[in-house]
Ligand binder design. Structure first.
Ligand code: DHB
Ligand code: FE
Length: 301
């Protein structure tokens, strides 16, 4: 049986991808940001490289634009190329998908009444590739398969935090039903506080961000109830990306433990946040839907 063994939260700051690609990680402005990932890189390499990462991120007008705006989309393709975001594609490996598990999750989520958009072909931008670089460093091939799970947090309205948490729980049910023996991690990316435009550009709120990190660990479900307006007011217009971390948190079940945590300012317009969580009690509530609990429907997957 497939199982979710850990969750990672991580900002996806484009300038860190730039610093990484241009070998500037040792410069004083970037070094403290990168240093906070060395624990995670060692932990992954030495004992926790999963088979598959379900990587929750948002596309920043690279694969989607005003023509198509899926609220939740899942990448079911064999591979995903790095997108050209204006300076050519990042010189990082092609992302290899896992179509079997991705299609299984898509079917299970849809039967669970989450209306996923299925994507077979798309390019992936900094939202997905920067976290891979932070976690795995410079490699010829990514050491994991990746299932991209894209969330609209760019065009209002994004999904609620509660909906995101519930989607994470549904992902956990789907993974648990997959018969192959696979080690799966769920990563949530984006955030933390940032506003890139308008009079409040540059807004950063370390107190709020750290309270958010505090509440990812343990069994509190308080983060589910934070309304959009609080993210906007307290963490800036782009702070809303943090709802994606709640998909990761929901997928870890009732209770978690933090293994590592890193918060650093300044490095960009964005507060850098990073956390590694393991499930302590990974149980999630059963599906509330008829099809989602129907063993016959599930067996067809
Ligand atoms: C920045 C951060 C983001 O999350 C993003 O998507 C784009 C830019 C920034 O820090 O500049
Ligand atoms: Fe972003």
């Amino acid at each position: 049986m497939a199982r979710i063994t850990a969750g990672i939260g991580c900002s996806h700051i484009p300038v860190l991808g730039f610093a990484f690609d241009h070998r500037r990680t040792e410069e004083p402005i970037f070094k403290p940001a990168f240093d906070g990932f060395s624990w995670t890189r060692d932990w992954l390499r030495e004992k926790a490289t999963p088979d598959i990462v379900i990587l929750v991120y948002n596309d920043h007008a690279s694969a989607f634009d005003m023509k198509v705006i899926p609220t939740f989309a899942i990448g079911c393709g064999e591979r995903f190329l790095p997108a050209d975001e204006g300076f050519g594609p990042r010189p990082v490996p092609t992302v290899e998908g896992h179509p079997d598990l991705a299609w299984h999750i898509a079917q299970s989520l849809i039967l669970d009444e989450f209306d996923m958009t299925i994507i077979n072909e798309m390019e992936v931008d900094h939202g997905l590739t920067v976290p891979l670089s932070m976690m795995f460093g410079a490699v010829e091939r990514w050491p994991v398969k990746v299932i991209p799970l894209a969330v609209n947090v760019v065009t209002y309205p994004p999904p609620s935090g509660n909906r995101c948490w519930a989607l994470g729980e549904a992902i956990a049910r789907a993974v648990e039903n997959f018969p192959e023996d696979l080690d799966v991690q769920v990563w949530g990316t984006g955030g933390m506080s940032h506003q890139l435009q308008g009079p409040r550009a540059g807004l950063i709120n370390p107190e709020w961000d750290n309270r958010f990190l505090d509440r990812l660990a343990g069994d509190t479900q308080e983060l589910r109830t934070i309304p959009h307006i609080e993210y906007l007011r307290e963490t800036g217009s782009e702070g809303i990306e943090m709802v994606m971390w709640l998909i990761m948190r929901g997928a870890l079940g009732r209770s978690t433990r933090a293994l590592h945590r890193h918060y650093h300012v300044p490095v960009s317009n964005t507060a850098l946040g990073h956390i590694v969580l393991e499930p302590v009690d990974g149980s999630v509530p059963p599906s509330a839907t008829l099809e989602g609990n129907d063993p016959t429907a599930q067996a067809l997957i």
